[in-house]
Write a protein that binds this ligand. Structure first.
Ligand SMILES: C[S@@+](CC[C@H](N)C(=O)[O-])C[C@H]1O[C@@H](n2cnc3c(N)ncnc32)[C@H](O)[C@@H]1O
Length: 340
């Protein structure tokens, strides 16, 4: 290249740089090369950045609806309304965040699927879980803040438990304030009550899987292994038995916090949360207002109702629809309400 051509090229590179366009080298498989060539014009256009990001998200999570049965389980609780199926979306959300969150806050923890995954996969430096339900709280307290002796007691109680109707009824009827005994009762309640429903008075599992009755959801070895695995994460996870609103307020000014919000949803006339949890009265309007003020990033998950869409719009959130296949193989739509 002669001196004039070289100078012309330098000027061109300078002009492009001023427009925000820089040179970048990528490794590409020959089978993907044509696609990459086709993408070239879009890569120069800043308006296409969001679309490309969404495309990446789609490729990463697969375009098919998420299937609940295909996600690895970490929680010892089978939680009604549990968000195991949402894990791939959450993973993408946290990985594509501008920076790794210093803390992932999950203030309506329940089975805590998202928080546990974030801790296990190092998607955030720390995880902060909160839950109001006394029984669920007792379990998390023992796992993350209990002594080694308490965890061993819990594990042994699970593995030595003889499952029959009398024993199950005895455990459920026990009125105990002791945290470790309460933690054990939570596991039994969650496994033996129909659908894992944690509210008092739910019926017991009847014929269950393959007609095995009360045994059908009782996998003592698996439960023990999950508890051991979670215990190894205890330095990354803080659990608090408390109110979600108070916890959100505490982290509101932290720009490095990420919030995963999965409240019991009882608004919009669809009383999905009513029978499932002991604590199901939530001021959703207040929650949206509070979340609109936090400085960190946030993902809220809700049923798709006009009321939720209205609240999201009013408070300036972004809405993403996620198709999912539930346990009955029906495809349903969930709304992710996102900030920013
Ligand atoms: C939809 S569930 C969360 C399920 C969870 N995402 C999972 O994957 O298992 C909502 C949870 O919020 C809890 N909850 C209700 N009101 C609360 C409050 N004010 N503060 C904290 N937790 C609350 C309920 O007890 C319930 O466990």
């Amino acid at each position: 290249m002669d001196a004039t051509a070289l100078e012309r090229q330098h000027r061109r590179i300078g002009r492009l740089k001023a427009q925000g366009i820089v040179r970048s080298q990528v490794l590409v498989h020959h089978q993907c090369k044509t696609t990459l060539e086709g993408l070239r014009p879009f890569l120069l256009d800043p308006i296409k950045a969001k679309q490309l990001e969404l495309l990446t998200l789609k490729i990463q999570s697969g375009t098919k609806p998420i299937n609940v049965a295909q996600v690895r389980q970490l929680s010892p609780l089978r939680y009604p309304g549990g968000k195991t199926w949402l894990v791939p979306e959450v993973r993408n959300w946290l990985m594509l965040a501008k920076r790794k969150p210093a803390v992932l806050v999950e203030p309506f923890a329940g089975g805590a699927m998202v928080g546990l995954t974030a801790a296990a996969e190092d998607l955030a430096d720390k995880v902060f879980l909160a839950e109001l339900d006394d029984d669920v709280a007792a379990l998390w307290k023992i796992i993350f803040h209990g002594s080694a002796a308490e965890v061993t007691w819990l594990r042994n109680s699970i593995t030595s438990f003889k499952v029959n109707l009398d024993n199950v009824r005895d455990v459920l009827a026990k009125d105990t304030q002791e945290t470790k005994a309460r933690a054990f009762r939570t596991i039994v309640k969650n496994r033996m009550q129909r659908g894992g429903i944690m509210a008092a008075g739910a019926g017991l599992v009847k014929s269950g899987e393959a007609g095995r009755g009360l045994h059908s959801r009782w996998y003592p070895e698996t439960l023990g292994k999950r508890i051991d695995a979670l215990r190894t994460l205890k330095d990354r996870i803080t659990f608090e038995h408390g109110d979600a609103f108070e916890v959100i307020r505490r982290f509101a000014s932290d720009s490095k916090a990420a919030f995963f919000i999965d409240p019991p949803y009882t608004a919009g006339g669809k009383k999905a949360g009513n029978r499932l949890y002991t604590n199901n009265e939530i001021d959703h309007e207040g929650l949206f207002a509070l979340m609109s003020k936090v400085r960190g990033i946030a993902m809220l998950t809700y049923d798709d109702t006009p009321e939720v869409r209205k609240l999201a719009k009013h408070h300036g959130f972004r809405i993403v629809e996620v198709p999912m296949k539930n346990t009955h193989h029906a495809i349903i739509r969930e709304l992710l309400v996102m900030k920013p």
